[in-house]
Design a protein around this ligand. Structure first.
Ligand code: SF4
Ligand code: SF4
Length: 363
């Protein structure tokens, strides 16, 4: 008997007006003409509820690029799902925010690149991004919706983490996430430019701890040590096929955001089978579900049902074997490879950023 997922990440489109070098979406994006239609997304919201999930995260790309977002939100509400909009917010005007709230949206998460306009524009590859995001955060507040501020941090902005936190607190969110860049998809190209130094990672831990003390009872701050500096992996997606699933813009159902990087896997789509059928009975979800697929050192490890062996995509990217222990783990024979990647990235200095340019890839 397979438990239902808790939440679903619905990537409504890969289109996005920003050009973040740390974007974790795949290098090859899905084109707009392959995206699910409004009617298909409305059906998918019902299927998400039918499989037993409670929450849907509406993401992208930039989900605001879908003119039918209000209808999709309303369908989520009708299906009884808690809906969270994950957005860069540069398209989130007061008027659109009111429409989304009216359609039944429950929560908004806005990502920020920096607290200083020129630096924020430089990372986003978008002029005026910071001012638009701040206006959007105010619009969320005026509609009475809870807000999460997502601060994306890396070597080029970690020295200003105090300023980032001050800016975030001023936006009156319920939650702040200090999110270190994860090196999947496009972001791998910018690993050398974005990899934090050990001193920055130590300093970030102290800065966040001080802020938590100062802001106790006012705002929750989430922060975890970035993967490349960890000793034990995170339970990626809460374990493969255990808690979450992703739906791509064209309707492919994936066990995780980056799963398409794994060779030889076939991902079924919501155009072929229901989400419930795919969740319960598909080769891709069965491939790394549970513990029976694990080789050593995970097979006999006491943490195998805590972190579920970590991330399959990271294992593949670093070791070439998707079934290996996540090399973040210092029990993995490949942990030294991860350390050497970190050292190499730091030794390369800060090469020019390679921007994610959607217009050139999707359309
Ligand atoms: S370019 Fe930036 S805002 Fe757009 S999808 Fe990628 S990370 Fe998100
Ligand atoms: S050996 Fe495997 S299960 Fe054990 S801590 Fe490391 S990654 Fe997790």
């Amino acid at each position: 008997m397979i438990d239902p997922p808790l939440a679903v990440l619905a990537e409504l489109t890969h289109r996005c007006p920003l050009q973040c070098p740390y974007c974790s979406n795949p290098v090859e994006l899905e084109r707009s003409k392959t995206e699910l239609s409004t009617a298909e997304w409305i059906r998918v919201m019902r299927e998400i509820a039918d499989v037993g999930a409670l929450q849907v995260h509406l993401s992208g790309g930039e989900p605001m690029a879908r003119p039918d977002l209000d209808q999709i939100v309303a369908a989520a509400r009708d299906a009884g799902l808690y809906s969270n909009l994950i957005t860069s917010a540069v398209l989130l005007t007061e008027e659109r925010m009111e429409r989304l709230a009216g359609a039944g949206l429950d929560h908004v998460q806005i990502s920020f690149q920096d607290s200083e306009p020129a630096r924020a524009d430089r990372i986003a590859g978008y002029r005026g991004a910071l001012a638009k995001k701040k206006r959007a955060a105010e619009a969320v507040r005026m509609c009475g919706l809870p807000l999460t501020v997502n601060l994306v941090v890396h070597r080029q902005n970690l020295t200003t983490l105090e300023d980032l936190l001050t800016m975030a607190v001023d936006l009156l969110p319920q939650r702040i996430e200090v999110a270190h860049v994860q090196y999947y998809g496009w972001a791998i190209r910018n690993r050398a430019a974005l990899m934090p130094t050990p001193e920055q990672v130590r300093s970030a831990l102290e800065t966040v701890e001080r802020a938590r003390e100062r802001l106790r009872g006012r705002v929750t701050i989430d922060h975890v040590v970035p993967d490349y500096y960890g000793r034990r992996p995170k339970a990626c997606m809460g374990g493969w096929g255990r808690r979450f699933l992703n739906i791509t813009p064209s309707g492919k159902v994936l066990p995780c955001h980056a799963a398409e990087s794994l060779p030889g896997m076939v991902f079924e789509t919501v155009r072929e089978r229901t989400i419930g059928e795919i969740w319960r009975d598909s080769p891709a979800f069965d491939a790394f579900r549970g513990t029976s697929w694990m080789p050593e050192p995970c097979r006999s490890c006491e943490r195998r049902e805590i972190d579920w062996g970590g991330c399959r995509c990271q294992a593949l990217a670093i070791t070439g074997d998707a079934a290996a222990a996540d090399p973040v783990c210092d029990k993995s024979p490949d942990h030294v490879t991860l350390t050497s990647f970190t050292n190499q990235a730091l030794a390369e200095g800060a090469p020019d950023l390679v921007y994610r340019r959607y217009g050139a890839r999707a359309g």
